[in-house]
Design a protein around this ligand. Sequence first.
Ligand SMILES: C[S@@+](CC[C@H](N)C(=O)[O-])C[C@H]1O[C@@H](n2cnc3c(N)ncnc32)[C@H](O)[C@@H]1O
Ligand code: SF4
Length: 382
Amino acid sequence: MTNDEPFGVYVHWPFCKAKCPYCDFNSHVRHGGVDEARFLAGYLTELRHFARRAPGRTVTSIFFGGGTPSLMRPGTVSTILDAIADHWTVADDAEITLEANPTSVEAANFAGYRSAGVNRLSLGVQALNDQSLKALGRQHTAAEALQALDLAKQHFHRVSFDLIYAREGQTAEAWQAELTRALDRAADHLSLYQLTIEDGTPFAARHAAGSLHVPDGDKASAMYVLTQEFCEKAGLPAYEVSNHARPGSESRHNLIYWRGHDYAGIGAGAHARITESGTKRALSTLKSPEAWLAQVEAQGHGLTSDEALSAQETGEEYLLMALRLAEGLDLARLESLSGRALDAGRLDALESHGLLARNGTRLVATQSGRLVLERLILELAA
Ligand SMILES: C[S@@+](CC[C@H](N)C(=O)[O-])C[C@H]1O[C@@H](n2cnc3c(N)ncnc32)[C@H](O)[C@@H]1O
Ligand code: SF4
C-alpha cells in the first residue's frame, strides 16, 4: 500500500424511520428520537481514532450510508466533512456520496447536503409502483420517489438510484417494463439488486412458511441477463454485478472496496480496512448504536474487532471482491497480496467451461461465471 492509493471514509448512520421487512443492514428504529448532537460528538471522537491509525492519507471518497443518512441534519453532515478535512487531505475531486430515502421530508434536506459538500446522491427508490413499494414496507410512493429523483438531479451532478427486482410475483416482462422506465429516468448510475432473502428478516420467516414466493433459479437468472442487456443498450453497462454506470461515472467509493484499497469506517456497525506496518487489518465497530456510543465516549472508539489479516486472507478477500467487477482482478496484484499464484490447472478448467476469461494480466468472470459467482470464487480460492 502506498499513500497515493485511493482511500475512503465510510460514515454509518444506523437509524431508519421504519424497518423494511427484507433488510438486514444495521439499521434501527428509535421512536423516542435520537440525540443527534451526542452521536455527532461520537463520530468526531471516532474519526480522531482512525486519523491516528491512517495518517498522511489522501481521502478520495466519503460515503454516508445506512440506515438512513438522509435523516441526519445537513449541519451534522457538514461538521463531519469539516472534521475529515481537518484530519486528512481531501482530494479536490473527492466523491462525497449520501444515501437518501426518497420521502418528501428527506428531499427537503437535499439543498442543505449540497451546501455541506455532498456531491453525489444515492436514492433508494426500490420499485416504481405503489403496490410493490407497499409490499416492500417502504414509507414513500412511486410519485414521491420520482419527485425526489428530479429534485436530486437539480442539486447534484451525480445521482444514482437503487431498484430491487425479482420481487414477489414479478414477471420478467414486468421487470423489463419497469427497468425501461428506470433507464429513461437514470442519471449517471443505477444499482439494480436482485431481492435476497436475508436470515432473520420478516421476509425470511414468510419465505420459510411458504407465504412469500419470489422468482428464483432460471427465472431470476433470466431477469439478471435482461438487466445486463437493457442497461448496456442504454449506455449504462454493468461495471459490477449489481451496479451500472455511464463510463466514468462508476462509484469511486465502492471501487475502493472491490479493488481492495483501504478505508476508515465510523459509526455503529461500520467496517474498515487499514494497512499498518505493511499488514492489512480488518476492523469493525459495535452494531448497537447505544453500545457503540457508550464505548466511543469511554474509549475513543467503538471497535469490537481489530485483526491482522494473513496474506492468504487478504488475497482471498481481493479475489472475492474483484471478481464482481467487469474489469476483473489483476493477477499480479492478487499474487503480491496473497504470496501465491492461483492453481493453473483449475484456472484452465474454469476457462474451458466458459466461466472465466483471461484478459492479458487480468482475470474476468464471464456472464455465465457471474451467474454462479459464489461457487466460482469458492473453487478458485480452494
Ligand atoms: C443500506 S440499503 C438502503 C439505503 C436506504 N436506507 C434506503 O432504503 O433507500 C442499500 C440498498 O440495499 C438494497 N437492499 C437492502 N436489502 C436488500 C435485499 N434483501 N435484497 C436486495 N437488495 C437489498 C436496497 O436497494 C437499498 O437501497
Ligand atoms: S432498506 Fe433502507 S430504510 Fe429500509 S430498513 Fe434497510 S436501511 Fe432502513
